[in-house]
Design a protein around this ligand. Structure first.
Ligand SMILES: Cc1cc2nc3c(=O)[nH]c(=O)nc-3n(C[C@H](O)[C@H](O)[C@H](O)COP(=O)(O)OP(=O)(O)OC[C@H]3O[C@@H](n4cnc5c(N)ncnc54)[C@H](O)[C@@H]3O)c2cc1C
Length: 413
C-alpha cells in the first residue's frame, strides 16, 4: 500500500500534484531514444534513470501514454508458465509488481487474487502436473487441486459445462491484477521526475542506419540523433523491424476483450479454461471481464467483432450460467505481436545499438517491470544481455532454441 494513501487518507488537505511536467522542446539529440510510450518503454526509461543514472532519454509516443495495449489488456499477472526460462522471468516480474505502489508512492491497485486454470481432459491434467512441478522448483506457488477444492474456491462455477466436465485445476496462488494505465502513469511520473523527456504525439516514421548502426530516428517532428534506440511498440513490432531491415518471425493478430455491468462480489480468483477459450475475472468495481484467444487471422486492426462476442460469451455462460442476464458494457481490441513459440523477443538486433522489446503477444503486461529493468541493464551496459533474458533473443528462431510457452499461454494471458 502506498504510504501517501494512508497519510492523505487521515488528513483533510490533499496535495495538488501535477501528473507530468509540461513537455520540453524536442532536442536534436539524445543518448537513448525509446520508441513507444507504453508500459514497457516507460519502465525501461525509469530503470535507466533510477539504476544507471542515464537521463538524457526521450520516450517518443505516437499517440498518448499507455494508449496501446497497456490500457487495453485484462491485467492478468501470473508466473505459472511451462518452461524454466519463462517461470524464472515472470516470477521476478510478479515479485516486482508487488512492490510497485510503494516504489511509485502511487496506487497501481495491485490486487492479489490467485488464478485457477481448469483442466477438462486427461492430457491437460498431465501438462498441469508438469507446470505445477516446474513452478514449485523455480519459486512459484502453484499446485494441482481436485473438483471439491475447486468447488470450495469458486462456488458459482459450473463444473460440468456442456461436453467438457472439469477434471482438475491448476491453482496459482501468485495470480493477481493491477490497474494497467496506473502502471504506465506510475512509470511515466517517476521517469519524468528523474529528467526523462516524454514526448506524446511524436511518431517515429523511419530509422537512420549508417554502417550497420542506428544513428537517428525520423519523426513527424523532425530527425533526432541517438546513441542507441529501443523499440517497444507491441503490435506494430514487425513493421518497425522491417524498416530496420530485420527479418521477424512475428505475425500480428487482434485480441479482444469485454466487460459487463457491475455485480456484487462473487468471484475472487481469476478463472480460465483453454478448452473453452475463455477467462473470467471480476474487477474491484464489480464488473466482470471476459477474454479469450486471439482472432483467427492476422490483421492490423482494433475493431470488435460479433463472432468473438457470440463464441466467447457462450463459453463464459457455460462456466457461470447466472451471467446469462448480465448486460455487456464494452468490447474492445488491441493488436498483438505473436511469436511462433509464444515467448517474447528481447535483446540485441542485427542493427548495432538498436534493441528489441517485442513479441509480447497476449502476455506482456505482467512482464512490464522485469522487462523494463532488464532492458535498461542491456542498454546501460552497451549490449551485454542479462542472463534472465538471454533465452528470449531474436536469434533463437535461427538456432532452433525456441522457448515454447504455447500451452501455458492460451486463453490465460
Ligand atoms: C485485449 C488484450 C488483453 C490482454 N491481456 C493481457 C493480460 O491479461 N496479461 C498480460 O500480461 N498481457 C495481456 N495483454 C498483452 C499486453 O497488453 C501487451 O503485451 C503489453 O501491454 C505490451 O506493452 P507495451 O508497452 O510493449 O505495448 P503498448 O502498450 O502497446 O505500447 C506501445 C506504444 O507504442 C506506440 N507506438 C507504436 N508505433 C509507434 C511509432 N512508430 N512511434 C512512436 N510510438 C509508437 C503505441 O501508440 C503504443 O502506445 C493483452 C492484450 C490485449 C490486446
Amino acid at each position: 500500500m502506498p504510504f501517501n494513501l494512508l497519510k492523505y487518507g487521515l488528513s483533510s488537505e490533499y496535495p495538488v500534484e501535477v501528473d507530468l511536467p509540461a513537455p520540453k522542446e524536442l532536442k536534436s539529440s539524445y543518448d537513448v531514444v525509446i520508441i513507444g510510450g507504453g508500459g514497457h518503454g516507460l519502465a525501461t526509461a525509469y530503470y535507466l534513470a533510477k539504476y544507471h543514472g542515464i537521463t538524457n532519454i526521450a520516450v517518443l509516443e505516437k499517440s498518448y501514454l499507455g494508449g496501446g495495449n497497456t490500457a487495453r489488456n485484462t491485467a492478468v499477472i501470473r508466473s505459472n508458465y511451462l518452461t524454466s526460462e519463462g517461470v524464472k522471468f515472470y516470477a521476478e516480474s510478479v515479485r516486482m509488481f508487488e512492490g510497485l505502489s510503494n516504489e511509485f508512492d502511487f496506487n497501481i491497485m495491485y490486487s492479489h487474487r490467485g488464478q485457477l486454470t481448469l483442466a477438462h481432459t486427461d492430457a491437460t491434467v498431465r501438462s498441469f502436473r508438469q507446470r505445477a512441478e516446474v513452478n514449485k522448483h523455480f519459486g512459484g506457488r502453484t499446485e494441482m487441486i481436485d473438483r471439491q477444492q475447486i468447488r470450495e474456491l469458486v462456488p458459482s462455477l459450473n463444473l460440468d459445462p456442456g461436453h467438457l466436465p472439469v477434471l482438475a485445476g491448476l491453482w496459482h496462488m501468485d495470480g493477481a491484477t493491477a490497474r494497467h494505465d496506473a502502471v504506465a502513469w506510475g512509470y511515466a511520473k517517476q521517469a519524468a521526475k528523474r529528467g526523462v523527456e516524454i514526448h506524446q504525439l511524436t511518431e517515429v516514421q523511419e530509422l537512420v542506419i549508417e554502417n550497420g548502426a542506428i544513428t537517428a530516428v525520423k519523426t513527424n517532428r523532425g530527425t533526432i540523433k541517438c546513441g542507441c534506440a529501443v523499440q517497444a511498440i507491441a503490435g506494430l513490432s514487425s513493421q518497425m523491424m522491417a524498416k530496420a531491415g530485420i527479418r521477424s518471425p512475428i505475425q500480428t493478430f487482434p485480441l479482444q476483450a469485454m466487460v459487463t455491468q457491475p455485480f456484487k462480489p462473487f468471484l475472487d480468483p481469476l478463472v480460465s479454461s483453454s478448452a473453452l477459450h475463455c477467462y473470467v475475472q471480476q474487477t474491484s468495481r464489480g464488473e466482470v471481464v471476459f477474454g479469450g484467444g486471439s482472432d483467427p487471422y492476422p490483421l492490423f486492426n482494433t475493431r470488435s467483432t460479433l463472432d468473438l462476442k457470440e463464441s466467447l460469451l457462450a463459453h463464459a455462460i457455460e462456466m457461470f450460467p447466472f451471467l446469462a442476464n448480465a448486460k455487456l458494457m464494452r468490447q474492445w481490441a488491441g493488436i498483438t505481436d505473436m511469436t511462433p513459440d509464444y515467448s517474447p523477443i528481447m535483446g540485441l538486433s542485427p542493427v548495432k545499438n538498436y534493441y528489441l522489446d517485442a513479441g509480447w503477444g497476449t502476455w506482456g503486461f505482467k512482464a512490464t517491470p522485469i522487462c523494463g529493468k532488464t532492458m535498461a541493464e542491456l542498454v546501460a551496459s552497451g549490449g551485454k544481455v542479462p542472463d534472465l533474458i538471454t533465452p528470449f533473443s531474436l536469434a533463437r528462431f535461427s538456432t532452433f532454441k525456441q522457448v515454447n510457452e504455447m500451452g501455458a499461454t492460451a486463453a490465460s494471458h
